[in-house]
Design a protein around this ligand. Structure first.
Ligand code: TAP
Length: 516
């Protein structure tokens, strides 16, 4: 990698202005990559206030990609101050909603133009298979920006008939207003997509934002910042502070001038954020962990249940918040199901995530791989049957074998805790015992997603009614869409990303009452 100075043109007020910043230049995936590596504050890439940096690693071979600035509390304060000025005094706060939409569409178009570069960065930084990164990590991010760009000029209040103070008359109307400066904290499994899911709704509603990406996967957020400046977003509207959760994330959660915080990550950190946010009673939404049940009845389409069960667990190497954490299979088809799943796994190609024929890439970072190997060890110790895999793959990089456990008992650690990796946990249920399997499926503190496979409509709808989860997939899995609200129940958190409902997370309602 070499350091270069980049100049791109920025669309501003009809004209074009030069935007100059430092970048790392490197080659990967047969293309040139230019990667901004500093904090993005007020439309400038700058070093951390104390000059600190950290290295970001490619999990496919554990090589260092580049150094990235490590933000401080002072940097958070400065970014929030700029976001506040942009909201209250800048052009963003005065902009017509439709123009805001146009700007978001322009940003989505730029993301589209740069999608191969973004997908390559996502792949080398997070270990995502390139083909998946292109379609999902980046593709859905672009869709999300377009979807919410379309909402900008469709945000409306209501007129409400209240009791009149006779002989006078009254009218109440509501306005839906942006909240102000919002904070967003994202995890490492879908770095750009988690940014998009929250930031697109946040900007569409008219807020300004400070975002902290996960420390292990900062690169696509910084490339996104470059594109946002190029699209013409005014200074201070979008700020990206890379760095650690304990410093940058904590400072954001406690910050008095951040009025709303959107968080995706683990349940324990979500709990910390909830406590810290009480400092100024900020509005929060939390998308947390999951251990999503998938119920497979003996009258299912077997081939589909096998294929989608595997996708439910192994998609994005299991680093998927809605991963099917527990699979309940009706006893009479259990053995056949397990055998067919293992056949399917044997067809998966493990290897270089940039290779277009590869299905399964490296886990995101070393500590995570280690936690998965520990998870397998505990599973075995507690008596579950390790039916397939369970080891690190014998090659450089952080690769884990797709793994299958059977005979998983409800009180086993692996039945209760999320792995966040390519580990399938299968349990049997007695033929015909729908009530029993529903009770077991709901016996978890999580409630993010769930799934059911059956050709019997009434059984499918009864499961969909009875299951305590924010998402239910019937005869499909992982079928998320930008227009459908997404978020968990119980300790999987609250608040929605995507769909019209996500806008509510980034707005406040004002009721105006008139007497005439
Ligand atoms: P976490 O460890 O919770 O980290 C998430 C983010 O929070 C990171 O940016 C992290 O910074 C930051 N953070 C850590 N401590 C903080 C603190 N005290 N205050 C503020 N921010 C702090 O989760 P993860 O390991 O990245 O992601 C895996 C988890 O996310 C899984 O449980 C998974 O289920 C969940 N997840 C949920 C969803 C949805 S939609 N529900 C989607 C994806 C992932 P660092 O980078 O420094 O750690």
């Amino acid at each position: 990698a070499e350091f270069i100075q980049m100049a791109v043109f920025q669309s501003r007020g009809g004209g074009k202005k030069e935007f100059i910043f430092d970048a790392v230049h490197t080659q990967s995936n047969n293309m040139d990559l230019t990667i901004p590596y500093q904090l993005f504050i007020n439309n400038e890439f700058v070093d951390a206030s104390n000059g600190d940096t950290f290295e970001t690693i490619n999990p496919a071979d554990e090589s260092v990609i580049c150094k990235v600035s490590k933000g401080t509390k002072d940097d958070v304060n400065r970014a929030v101050q700029c976001a506040k000025e942009a909201f209250y005094d800048g052009e963003w706060g005065k902009m017509n909603a439709r123009d805001r939409g146009t700007m978001m569409f322009r940003l989505a178009d730029l993301m589209d133009e740069h999608k191969e570069e973004l997908a390559t960065l996502e792949s080398i930084d997070s270990g995502a298979v390139y083909t998946l990164a292109l379609k999902t990590h980046i593709g859905m991010s672009i869709d999300t920006f377009r979807y919410f760009a379309g909402w900008c000029d469709k945000i409306q209040g209501k007129t409400i008939p209240i009791n009149n103070a006779r002989p006078n008359k009254n009218l109440t109307y509501t306005k839906r207003e942006p909240i102000g400066v919002c904070g967003i904290i994202t995890p490492w499994n879908y770095p750009l997509m988690m940014l998009a899911w929250k930031m697109a709704a946040c900007l569409a509603a008219g807020n300004t934002v400070v975002l902290k990406p996960a420390q292990v996967t900062p690169l696509t957020s910084l490339k996104f910042a470059e594109l946002a400046a190029k699209a013409g977003f005014p200074p201070g509207v979008i700020n990206i502070i890379t760095g650690s959760g304990s410093v940058v994330g904590q400072a954001m959660a406690e910050h008095i001038d951040i009025r709303k915080l959107g968080f995706t990550g683990s349940t324990p950190v979500g709990r910390t954020i909830m406590a810290s946010s009480s400092a100024n009673v900020k509005k929060i939404s939390l998308e947390l962990g999951g251990k999503s049940p998938l119920i497979i009845f003996n009258d299912c389409d077997m081939a589909k249940a096998v294929r989608m069960g595997c996708g439910g667990v192994f998609f994005n190497k299991g680093e998927n918040c809605i991963a099917a954490g527990r699979i309940f299979v009706e006893e009479s088809i259990h053995d056949e199901y397990v055998a067919r799943v293992i056949e399917e796994i044997k067809k998966m190609k493990i290897g270089d995530p940039l290779d277009r024929s590869v299905d399964h890439g490296p886990q995101n970072h070393r500590a995570h791989l280690q936690s998965l190997l520990d998870y397998v060890r505990v599973g075995v110790e507690q008596g579950a049957t390790l039916a397939y895999g369970g080891k690190q793959v014998d090659r450089p990089g952080l690769f884990m074998e797709p793994t299958v456990f059977t005979d998983v008992e409800d009180n086993n650690f692996i039945a209760i805790e999320e792995s966040f990796g390519p580990i399938m946990c299968i349990s049997k249920f007695q033929d015909g015992d729908m009530e029993g399997v529903l009770r077991r499926a709901n016996n978890t503190e999580y409630g993010l997603a769930s799934g059911v496979f059956t050709e019997n409509l009434s059984k499918a709808l009864r499961v969909a009614d009875g299951i305590e989860a924010g998402t239910v997939f019937v005869n499909t899995y992982n079928k998320t869409d930008v227009a459908s609200p997404f978020g968990g129940f119980k300790q999987s958190g609250f608040g929605k990303d995507l769909g019209e409902e996500a806008l509510n997370e980034y707005m406040k309602t004002k009721a105006v009452t008139v007497e005439y």
